[in-house]
Write a protein that binds this ligand. Structure first.
Ligand code: IMP
Ligand code: MG
Length: 336
């Protein structure tokens, strides 16, 4: 705080929705900015309700937070409108003039593209094809659409002014470090740079404005689509360990592997986080489930977390122990 960037350390689906919704309720940011595009689904669970958002920032549970979409982000107007209704956020969602708009033709072109759909395992949301149009200076932007008129704003200015007034701002990254167009397992990657630096450039804030970078790792690694996954488990083994997950956007079964320290070290090098969040600790240590205090975690789980802090040289400050936003051990301001 005041400017916190939250990014994923593996291949996406580390639990950004959960961590960011928790931070929104506890730290009460003035603004939360979503980067990325509608290929990235973030899940928020609170008091028995589940939301799956693809463009609305995951801070929506905090009613006082202004929800903004970055100039570098891409979305389709129908997904935005539907999610605004589902999350009941009309009136506090703001779109940058320069956010990119995905149209039906982008989705159609992507789904016709066998290389993207079969070899890369694209989510087929038209994000890559819209990004191509953006690079070719043909993509229509939010400012070109009448139906967005009342929601347009200058997001870099809003963020910089809010920070100047001493407020908290959260920048929401998408996907994970190894799906980065530049730093991931190319060509099995998404169409943007998903690291902390890329996310900042999408919003329009300087690296000098950043106070905290939170890098999220799940307690095991998962990946949807194709591309290498070191230590990948057979589906039967994943099921035996209780690690079965499905993609938020596509519903595809996620491939899984045990926590990978080598990948984690590289993600730390690329993002230089000030803090680490670990999600789904309960997937490794069932007795950790639902615990909200460090001292209530099983000793073995605490040792596992401490080992990660030591190996990576960064404190683990947030530990997810269940689906609900508040199933979280928050060690910020304490030493474990
Ligand atoms: P695309 O970005 O939709 O074309 O997908 C390219 C690759 O990135 C595929 O392997 C996708 O499964 C993966 N991918 C894209 N977005 C996400 C995400 O939000 N979470 C996890 N994987 C993603
Ligand atoms: Mg996801």
């Amino acid at each position: 705080m005041p400017l916190t960037v939250v990014v994923g350390g593996f291949f996406g689906d580390e639990g950004k929705g959960k961590v960011i919704s928790y931070l929104s309720l506890v730290d009460k940011p003035d603004i939360c900015v979503r980067t990325g595009a509608i290929n990235a689904g973030h899940t928020v669970n609170l008091n028995g309700h589940t939301w799956k958002v693809r463009i609305i920032p995951s801070c929506f549970p905090n009613k006082g937070t202004r929800l903004m979409i970055a100039p570098g982000a891409l979305f389709s107007i129908n997904v935005l409108m539907r999610e605004m209704e589902e999350t009941n956020t009309g009136g506090r969602v703001w779109v940058d003039y320069s956010s990119g708009i995905i149209e039906d033709k982008h989705v159609e072109a992507e789904r016709r593209d066998e290389y993207l759909m079969k070899t890369i395992g694209s989510t087929g949301q038209g994000v890559g094809t819209a990004m191509v149009d953006r690079v070719l200076r043909r993509l229509r932007l939010a400012r070109d659409f009448e139906e967005l008129k009342g929601m347009l704003t200058d997001v870099p200015r809003e963020v910089n002014e809010s920070l100047g007034n001493g407020n908290n701002v959260i920048i929401e990254g998408t996907q994970g470090t190894f799906l980065s167009l530049y730093h991931g397992t190319y060509p099995y990657v998404t169409s943007r740079d998903t690291t902390a630096s890329g996310v900042l450039s999408e919003v329009g804030v300087s690296p000098r404005s950043v106070n905290d970078i939170i890098l999220i790792f799940k307690a095991f690694v998962s990946r949807v689509g194709t591309g290498e996954l070191p230590g990948e488990l057979k589906p039967e083994e994943a099921e035996a360990r209780g690690w079965v997950e499905r993609g938020t956007v596509t519903g595809r079964l996620r491939r899984v592997a045990p926590f990978n320290m080598d990948l984690a070290k590289r993600a730390v090098m690329l993002n230089k986080p000030t803090q680490l969040a670990i999600t789904k600790l309960d997937a490794l240590f069932p007795e950790a489930r639902g615990k909200r205090k460090w001292g209530e975690l099983p000793a073995e789980a605490r040792r596992w977390v401490n080992n990660i802090s030591e190996e990576l040289g960064v404190p683990v400050t947030l530990i997810g122990t269940g689906e609900d936003a508040f199933d979280m051990v928050d060690l910020r301001g304490e030493s474990p």
